[in-house]
Ligand binder design. Structure first.
Ligand code: GSH
Length: 244
């Protein structure tokens, strides 16, 4: 599958949806060759960090056992693997734990990168600007009532500064780092989406036509759709969901 298939849904016929996710069945004991144990992904559907990890895992075609987490009731198995208690967490078959979203993205894409998301460029700087500066402003902006109005207005403006930079990039090229989507687009998209959802009418009225189109294309893409399916919370002892 190439970029166009995944991202430009409006220009392409939407493929028929994949079959519903089913619990992983490792098959009969006699199966040959022996089935590979997929990595376990602890994830929370609405978490933007988990979304970016799922996007990269799906883009790479890396099969996982997805365990949907409730943040108020984190599984002990997840905390044993990663005591810091944030999602996403990926636990490989050999016990290796990867518990930073960006590292999960890089791990998946290093194994298989059919969409060529790993590209030289400003990826680190863009992701750091998003995670270290934009995200804290987004948190102040998105919780009405938790902060004073003036704090919220200032946070919206601080966030808007970052989005103006993204708009300028998208004026120069179709995606943040060039002519096709890369890890940077996938890593930032879930956060821009959250910002846009705080005050949709206000966001729509901003002079950011390219950013809006970029976001709309991502949201409409089969790839995004495939990582946003709803799954029941995982319970200890149960099989997770086959993902993607
Ligand atoms: N730096 C981490 C941040 C992950 C993160 O903060 N995830 C949030 C959810 S969006 C979380 O799990 N918070 C813990 C909690 O709310 O208890 C990463 O990139 O993976």
């Amino acid at each position: 599958m190439n970029d166009a298939t995944l991202l430009h849904v409006k220009r392409k016929k939407r493929p028929s949806p994949p079959p519903p996710a089913a619990p992983i069945d490792s098959g009969p004991a006699s199966a040959f060759p022996p089935p590979m144990t997929p990595p376990v992904l602890y994830s929370f559907r609405r978490c933007p960090y988990a979304m970016r990890a799922r996007l990269a895992l799906a883009a790479s075609g890396q099969r996982c056992e997805l365990r949907e987490v409730e943040l108020k009731r984190k599984p002990l198995e997840m905390l044993a693997a990663s005591p810091k208690g944030t999602v996403p967490v990926l636990v490989l078959a050999d016990g290796t734990v990867i518990d930073q979203s960006l590292d999960i993205m890089r791990w998946a894409l290093a194994a298989h990168d059919p969409l060529r998301w790993l590209q030289p460029g400003d990826t680190e700087a863009l992701v750091a600007a998003c995670d270290d500066h934009f995200k804290p402003q987004l948190d102040r902006y998105k919780y009405p009532g938790r902060f004073a109005d003036a704090v919220q207005a200032e946070a919206r403006e601080q966030g808007a500064r970052f989005l103006r930079e993204l708009e300028a990039r998208l004026a120069a090229s179709a995606f943040l780092l060039g002519a096709h989507a890369t890890l940077a687009d996938a890593a930032l998209m879930p956060f821009v989406r959250q910002y846009a959802m705080v005050e949709p009418a206000w966001f729509e009225a901003q002079p950011w036509p390219r950013l809006r189109a970029w976001l709309a294309d991502w949201i409409a893409s089969p790839l995004f759709d495939s990582v946003m399916r709803k799954n029941p919370p995982w319970r200890s002892g149960e099989a997770g969901i086959a993902f993607p």
